[in-house]
Design a protein around this ligand. Structure first.
Ligand SMILES: *Cc1c(COP(=O)(O)O)cnc(C)c1O
Length: 482
């Protein structure tokens, strides 16, 4: 595929208005003008449109194909949320707009959106209050870890470590470590959730918190949450909920009611902003009543007269964790999504997410080894180890799926499953799509036995074939030479 510069033909150009016909020409100061001509390719308008349209078709996205990337919740997000975020009243808003009495009406509206979004998230999770500042899930975990540290400082507790199960997202131990805690890792038991006996042994007076994802990265819900909460509270430790997978629970259960003290959510994933696009993200943090005073500032409040304002005066707050109020555009998309769906709609989201994952799990059971014989939540995990006897790895299966037009699931994660495939169909896919994916996996598993070489060479019908991924990372060459 040619670069746009290679399509250059001297003198070829799109429509150019005659000089001065639309806007008056203003002279730039002499010292600011270029001395050499700008090196731009010359092309007709149609060439430019076709070039970029062709390029856009090389993209693989949720807008084009099924994208069951486990843990990432790559679902279709309604366009109306994007439209709202692009409205000039929002997109053009500047955070230094005057906020308090005498301020413009726009900022009252912005504050109201922030306030109401935080209230809805508190309602969904059973937490007392939310901060919308954190800019990603991992950033939410870090904010939560600072709150945990602030709580123990205030109580005069000597706490050294945070407990994290081995099935946790890698950001959990990293966040706890960055907040100054050691990390104690608990293995999973045969059923795939945190080993309860090992957990109980690990808890002592120096345990600051346990960070748990439920459903975890195996897609499994931990049935002993209340007991875990009791044990951790018994040593004045805190129970942290990684709620990045909240699309499995929306409208069905509230972490706050299960004994969790604080949590983060991923608005990019669960609430209508794409994940995996490189940002921006939003990882709001919710806390129970006893942790409210430690929340970051500014806090957004509403007075009895219905006016919204910002409060900076909170002596025990952990301070600011992000500029202004977080990624407003992402928060706005979540707000629109929540208003659109309402309580009933949110419940349907989690019902469909869990149903879809279980459908895929049951249909794929004959071809791959599922990690659980029971039900999963919003994602299902398989091991592709039975294909190793044909010399075919999970990576080959993933490449084969690309050839068939599907984005591969997450592979080789979670680390505790050999040859892992982690499939998250999400709630936004229909049955025909799931059936087509299931048929593709079945074909590839059969092909692995019949013609493993073909799988080793896949994908062959894509713009870029099989890359040497190690060399691409280690000896990266980004230079284009004409
Ligand atoms: C995605 C995810 C995170 C991290 O979120 P980022 O926004 O990518 O930092 C944390 N925990 C779990 C379970 C996740 O799936």
């Amino acid at each position: 595929m040619k670069l746009i510069f290679e399509r250059h033909v001297e003198g070829r150009r799109g429509f150019q208005p005659p000089k001065g016909s639309f806007a008056p020409q203003a002279a730039l100061p002499e010292d600011l003008t270029r001395k050499t001509p700008l090196r731009l390719p010359q092309l007709a308008e149609a060439d430019v449109v076709r070039h970029y349209t062709r390029l856009s078709r090389l993209n693989f996205s949720v807008d084009t194909n099924f994208y069951p990337l486990g843990s990432c919740t790559m679902k279709y997000n309604p366009r109306i949320c994007e439209k709202a975020a692009a409205m000039p009243e929002f997109a053009g808003f500047h955070p230094w707009w005057p906020q308090l009495p005498g301020g413009g009406r726009v900022s009252q509206g912005i504050l109201r959106i922030l306030y109401e979004t935080a209230r809805m998230l508190a309602d969904i999770t059973g937490m007392a209050e939310f901060t919308l500042q954190p800019l990603a899930g991992a950033h939410g975990e870090l904010t939560g870890s600072f709150i945990i540290a602030a709580y123990h400082r205030r109580r005069g507790n000597r706490k050294t470590h945070v407990i994290v199960p081995d099935s946790a997202h890698g950001t959990n131990p990293a966040s706890a470590r960055m907040a100054g805690f050691d990390v104690v890792t608990i293995p999973s038991d045969a059923s795939g959730v945190m080993d309860f006996a090992r957990f109980r042994e690990a808890v002592n007076d120096e345990t600051a918190a346990v960070m748990l994802t439920s459903p975890n990265t195996l897609g499994l819900f931990n049935p002993r949450l209340r007991e875990i909460a009791e044990i951790i509270h018994g040593v004045d430790g805190l129970f942290y909920y990684d709620g990045a997978n909240m699309n499995a629970l929306l409208g069905r259960c509230r972490p706050g009611k299960l004994g969790f003290d604080l949590c983060h959510l991923n608005l990019h994933k669960t609430f209508a902003a794409p994940h995996g696009g490189g940002g921006p993200g939003s990882g709001p943090v919710g806390v129970s009543e006893k942790l409210r005073r430690f929340l970051p500032v500014p806090r957004i409040v509403r007075d009895d007269g219905g006016r919204y304002g910002l409060v900076d005066d909170a002596p025990e707050s952990i301070g600011r964790v992000a500029p202004f109020y977080g990624n407003f555009g992402v928060i706005l998309k979540a707000y629109v999504y929540l208003l659109l769906l309402g309580r009933e709609g949110l419940r349907q989201v989690s019902d469909a997410a869990v149903l879809n994952a279980n459908y895929v799990q049951e249909k794929l059971r004959p071809y791959l080894d599922a990690v659980t014989s029971g039900r999963c939540m919003h994602e299902c995990v398989f091991s592709g180890r039975r294909l190793l006897e044909y010399g075919v790895g999970t990576l080959d299966l993933a490449k084969g799926l690309i050839e068939k037009g599907f984005h591969p699931p997450t592979v080789y994660f979670p680390l505790i499953v050999p040859e892992a495939l982690m499939i998250e169909p999400t709630e936004s896919e229909n049955r025909e799509t799931l059936d087509a994916f299931i048929a593709a996996v079945k074909d590839l598993v059969e092909l692995a036995a019949e013609d493993p070489e073909r799988l080793h060479r896949a994908p062959q019908n894509t713009p870029v074939g099989r890359l040497d991924e190690v060399a691409a990372a280690r000896r990266m060459q980004l230079v284009y030479s004409e």
